[in-house]
Ligand binder design. Structure first.
Ligand SMILES: [Zn+2]
Ligand SMILES: [Zn+2]
Length: 259
């Protein structure tokens, strides 16, 4: 029963320091594949290095909207080179975050558009970070047209109607550990009702540990608790959920995974 953690930050803090143990615990809990995600030039470089050193880890590269401010063409050129590595399976995380607004809106939008172009040229699916920005995000996604498996909205935080709209365009929806939190009614509805073929699971480690670990450092092994909750919500076995979500990840990221 393989599980795929479609979004983690293995280059960060405690995860990076204790990486071999982190990967061992993931394996013990059935998490056979981890996609580690870049958020700027340095972290993208690290993601690629970690993926090259560990057969079950794949990487994505890109500049997070928080880091839009100050990002330049040289960063993008370096990331585009990194993206050519065989272990790189997607471009991201990129997107819009108007909740924290660490970078001005216009800079976020410009950088997002610029990176979508690069992803297109590289023929890679995109990993999208979206927070309080669906009104601006949706027209941008729609302008790219409808195409199967063109990306994933990671750590999905919107409602079911929005999930359906992005799924229609060919994006997958990735469910984080928040689905186990008491107040996450909207996300539980999304996890329950979207088509199984559009569903991915993620930890977003080291952030957002699921219950009963909320507040602690998250890590890929804890994906199991998120998976159990989503299986319960869907009324299917953990094995079936693991099978379908792994198949989805395999298809989106074109990874070599025996399931
Ligand atoms: Zn994110
Ligand atoms: Zn992330």
């Amino acid at each position: 029963m393989p599980l795929v953690d479609s979004h983690a930050h293995l280059d960060m803090g405690e995860l990076k320091e204790g990486l071999s143990k982190v990967l061992e615990r993931a394996e013990t809990n059935g998490v056979k594949v981890i996609v580690t995600v870049g958020i700027d030039r340095e972290s993208s470089r690290e993601a690629v290095r970690i993926a090259r050193e560990n057969p079950n880890v794949y990487a994505t590269v890109g500049i997070h909207p928080h880091n839009a401010k100050g990002a330049n063409e040289e960063d993008i050129a370096i990331i585009e080179e990194l993206a050519k590595d065989k272990k790189v399976v997607a471009y991201g995380e990129i997107g819009l975050d108007f909740f924290k607004n660490f970078s001005p809106k216009k800079e976020q939008i410009d950088l997002f558009l610029r990176q979508l172009e690069v992803a297109e040229r590289l023929n890679l699916p995109v990993v999208i970070h979206e927070r309080d920005s669906k009104e601006e995000l949706y027209p941008i996604l729609r302008s790219r047209g409808q195409r199967e498996d063109q990306g994933v909205i990671h750590c999905f935080s919107e409602d079911l109607p929005f999930a359906k709209r992005v799924i229609e365009l060919g994006y997958l929806v990735s469910i984080p550990g928040i689905v186990t939190f008491k107040k996450a009614e909207n996300l539980r509805e999304v996890a329950q009702k979207i088509p199984l073929s559009s569903l991915l699971l993620e930890t977003d480690a080291p952030f957002l540990a699921p219950e009963p670990f909320r507040g602690k450092t998250n890590e890929p092994s804890l994906l199991l608790w998120t998976a159990m909750e989503v299986a319960r919500l869907r009324g299917i076995s953990l094995e079936e959920l693991a099978y379908v979500t792994s198949l989805n990840a395999k298809r989106l990221f074109k990874i070599d995974l025996k399931i």
